[in-house]
Write a protein that binds this ligand. Structure first.
Ligand code: G3H
Ligand code: ZN
Length: 286
């Protein structure tokens, strides 16, 4: 199927009172699992490549991006490609050529005025390329530059400041800090649903939840009901992948062919994708 544009999938989800799920990929097996899981669930979704994943590939974005595009185009699922957590303007400038329809420009670690300046510059350039732009205001925890806790004073996104930020930067969607934290390996996060509702009421643009792996199913449903429209998930796939590999190697210490354990790892990720996509994509808002 032809690739979809992220902005179209997000608008469609918003209109239907639900969210669209976005999965971060690192290996080809992640990509295949996202495609297989979304086909199994018969749901649309977004395949995301983060700047960190590009760094893991020695700075080369094209190998994983082209693989993701090829898998998505061959799939029966409706899929879009998104370049995630970009801080490097050089990487941003490769987004279009690499096949992404959207980018998240991440100046979330910078002071407010610097975040606005850098994001506005990035958004102006990206919009000129026809890209949909997401940015972050507030600190979603769990990144090296973020405060230790998602519950620290001043970490959450303030609705009035967010409205001014969106007006000043002209971004198309806003990642907000409402209690989730990146890279959680236990699903124990509790979100500030009143804040999600206040942000959704105050802002014209869709809201994005980062660090969703640590958010239990019911909290995810409540967040979508309160107004989250794009839900980003990464670590949950890595837990499924690595858990299977660890089990397989524990049971078969002499194995050498990686296909023996990568097959199980890919299947485990595909099941996680189908399950999480169903939770996030269920209509909850009127
Ligand atoms: O942008 C990516 C997400 O925020 C993923 O976060 O790995 O904690 O699920 P996660
Ligand atoms: Zn994130």
């Amino acid at each position: 199927m032809t690739l979809c544009a992220t902005g179209d999938l997000v608008d469609e989800a918003r209109g239907a009172g639900r969210a669209v799920v976005a999965f971060n990929v690192i290996t080809l097996e992640h990509v295949e699992a996202v495609v297989a899981g979304l086909e199994q669930a018969a749901l649309p979704g977004i395949v995301q490549v983060s700047e960190n994943a590009v760094r893991f590939r020695q700075g080369a974005v094209l190998p994983l991006a082209r693989a993701a595009a090829a898998c998505a185009e061959a799939s029966g699922a409706r899929l879009a490609l998104h370049l995630d957590h970009v801080t490097d303007p050089g990487l941003l400038r490769q987004a279009r050529e690499a096949g992404f329809s959207s980018v998240m420009f991440d100046a979330g670690a910078a002071p407010y005025q610097e975040n606005v300046r850098a994001t506005r510059e990035a958004a102006d350039w990206a919009h000129g390329q026809g890209l949909w732009v997401e940015a972050e205001l507030g600190y979603v925890g769990g990144k090296p530059d973020a405060p230790a806790s998602a519950h620290e004073e001043g970490v959450r996104t303030d609705p009035e400041e967010a409205a001014a930020y969106v007006a000043a930067t002209e971004v198309d969607a806003l990642a907000v800090a409402v209690g989730s934290s990146h890279a959680m390996t236990e699903r124990t996060a509790s979100l500030d649903h009143d804040l999600v509702r206040a942000l959704a009421r105050r802002l014209d643009v869709p809201l994005v939840l980062h660090g969703s792996s640590g958010v239990p199913d019911d909290e995810l449903r409540r967040a979508v009901e309160a107004g989250m429209t794009k839900v980003n998930i990464g670590t949950a796939l890595n837990l499924a992948f690595t858990g299977e590999v660890r089990d397989h190697l524990g049971q078969h210490p002499d194995v050498s062919d990686p296909r023996k354990y990568l097959r199980d790892a890919r299947d485990a990720m595909a099941s996680a994708v189908a399950q999480l996509a169903a939770v996030v994509s269920a209509p909850t808002r009127a």
